[in-house]
Ligand binder design. Sequence first.
Ligand code: NAD
Ligand code: UDP
Length: 337
Amino acid sequence: MRVLVTGGAGYIGSHTLLELMAQGHDVCVLDNYSNATPEVLNRVRGLSNGNVTDFTGDVRDPAILNRVMQDFRPEAVIHFAGLKAVGESEEKPLLYYDVNVGGTLALLHAMDRVGCKNIIFSSSATVYGEPVYLPYDEAHPTAPMSVYGQSKLMAENILTNWAKATAGTSAVLLRYFNPVGAHHSAKIGEDPKDIPNNLMPFIAQVAVGKRDALTVFGEDYDTPDGTGLRDYIHVVDLARAHVAAINYADKSTGARPFNIGTGQSYSVRDMVAAFERACGSPIKTKQAPRRAGDIAAMQADASRAAAELGWTAEHGLDDMTASTWAWQSANPNGYDN
Ligand code: NAD
Ligand code: UDP
């Protein structure tokens, strides 16, 4: 199938390109490189020996969208392009709504103009908010606690309304839990531009000597060791969920959300210990109060994805930390080597 991948030069997008090409799909990327570098696509091309068509531009721009749609004629779209920093979303709400909601709207308009009927959307477990029960299933109430989460839920609602109103269309809403890890080649991985907001890239930068110590945000949660619990998922498993979703969308109509996680959760302390096993040296930590907006525990019930997409996560915790370490130690400065 011809698959347009918006934000395909990003962390999850780049891994998904490789999995799509491995399954014989033709891919095309639209990215504005606001959080990526074109070097990513060079590496993807090298790893796949495949053809990656790419366009540089903003997903909110109808002119570039029209060009992509007309030149590439996608049969399906995977929509990764967006902004993802929770803290920044509180400071710049209009920017987040503009890119995440406006970008989704512009893309759907462009798809409609050429009759492209299938879309896979990068949503997030953050749409659920404070757990009423755990693990979250897809019927759990949605009450996002940040502008970022609100923007994802708004985009989900737009996609749901579009799929209902537009005959023959399918919108697959993938609610990711916590993506971590890197491709086994160690050629592509997560490369945060500034100080990492997320746990795993921060630990990796401490391990490689770029940062002094990990700040553990809160050790007084109601969890076995007092630190926050999350459902971490290997980015290659997550990438494969998109390939499964493409196949599902081809055979279904309407909109449907799916949790994409492992169904297991680990604490901050578990992650530090696993990383120490992977890199063979201690990770220095320091304590700090809870981070504003954090919740104690998150965990996916991923049984719908197993039953309907035929997808389950295959990589365990040690694969996640070992692949992160392999990528970080081979590329201490990320793609700026
Ligand atoms: P990323 O920042 O690495 O990738 C996003 C890509 O989109 C980047 O290459 C960036 O340059 C591009 N982009 C941003 N704004 C754009 C615009 N206006 N036009 C065109 N391109 C644009 O992030 P990621 O971790 O790969 O996340 C991909 C998607 O998954 C995002 O929508 C994010 O919200 C969602 N998501 C990520 C996580 C996570 O923890 N990484 C969790 C849940 C959901
Ligand atoms: N965390 C931490 N120090 C950091 C970054 C994160 O202790 O520098 C904790 C955070 O409080 C949470 C877990 O690690 O309990 C995962 O945080 P992350 O930001 O990676 O994901 P999210 O909060 O989006 O689930």
